[in-house]
Design a protein around this ligand. Structure first.
Ligand SMILES: [Zn+2]
Length: 292
């Protein structure tokens, strides 16, 4: 086994460590939410619970995605990560709706919360997230920027809890806790919405935006010998593995040698568009019945 295998092992180990840290913190928040009676803390607990679940799923997805295609799954196993993201989205969606519902009930009849405990949790949350962001800033992985943005979002949530708990130490405006809880839940829902849209497009076999239909088509039609291309179908397994198939109409009596050259040129174009898998059918007669 080469260094690639080692790197993969290293990556999934980091995911597992991040999972345990997140899940541990979510449990602390859940207990904290119960002790302080704060719905804002509950929404943060839900946020971290969702993050840990996503990490756990991506740990298994990472293992599965390295499994190559077989007779049962000829497209490989990468779409399992989309399925787990869908499950995660549904859990976060129902959790957020539940928390927002509870927060609205609190606005109608406010309940007392313990600002000292909230302040303690906020300080802990700020420290943990800053430390994670600091450690990550030394890393230069591919999705580091995404994780960094997420950590900053978490940090922002804790700073808001920090400010609210300071205000509550001096004024009994308990409604602030409910309002903050709704804001945090809306932030969670915004992330869920973006994810579900992405997953929906993939499950509906939408033509990937990355492949730029018109531009790609124009580039191929401009190649020598190409009279027309049709039956273009593009799709994605996850959001980074792209498939494309289409028919190419060439002049009659084009030799197989010339077609081989054309095929190499087409593959060269497809490489620029990050298409990893393609199927091209060549035909010299018009009136193909697969025109759509
Ligand atoms: Zn055709």
């Amino acid at each position: 086994m080469g260094s690639h295998h080692h790197h993969h092992h290293h990556g999934s180990k980091n995911i597992l460590i991040a999972f345990f840290l997140n899940a541990g913190f979510a449990v602390i928040e859940l207990i904290g939410g119960y002790l302080t009676n704060s719905v804002a803390i509950y929404s943060d607990a839900l946020h971290d619970f969702g993050d840990s679940l996503a990490l756990l799923f991506s740990y298994f997805a990472e293992k599965l995605s390295h499994k190559s295609a077989d007779e049962k799954y000829t497209f490989g196993y990468r779409r399992f990560s989309m399925l787990s993201a869908l499950v995660n989205g549904i859990i976060l969606l129902s959790g957020s709706v539940f928390v927002i519902f509870e927060a609205f009930k609190r606005i109608m009849s406010p309940e007392e919360v313990a600002p000292e405990g909230m302040l303690g949790l906020a300080v802990l949350g700020i420290l943990v997230n800053s430390f994670a962001a600091y450690r990550l800033s030394k890393d230069d992985g591919t999705n580091t920027k995404m994780v960094m943005l997420h950590l900053l979002e978490d940090l922002l949530g804790w700073i808001a809890v920090f400010i609210v708990s300071i205000v509550l130490l001096f004024k009994p405006w308990f409604v602030l806790d409910s309002i903050l809880s709704i804001l945090i839940s809306l932030m969670i829902l915004r992330g869920v919405y973006k994810n579900l849209i992405k997953i929906g497009f993939i499950f509906l076999q939408k033509f990937p935006d990355e492949l730029e239909f018109e531009k790609l088509k124009k580039e191929i039609v401009q190649l020598d010998l190409v009279k027309d291309i049709h039956a273009i179908k593009g799709w994605s397994i996850d959001d980074s593995t792209f498939y494309l198939r289409f028919h190419v109409l060439v002049p009659k009596q084009t030799t197989i040698e010339k077609i081989d050259v054309l095929k190499a040129q087409i593959k060269e174009v497809l490489k620029e568009y990050k298409v990893q898998h393609s199927t091209v059918e060549f035909e010299s007669e018009g009136g193909c019945d697969d025109v759509q």
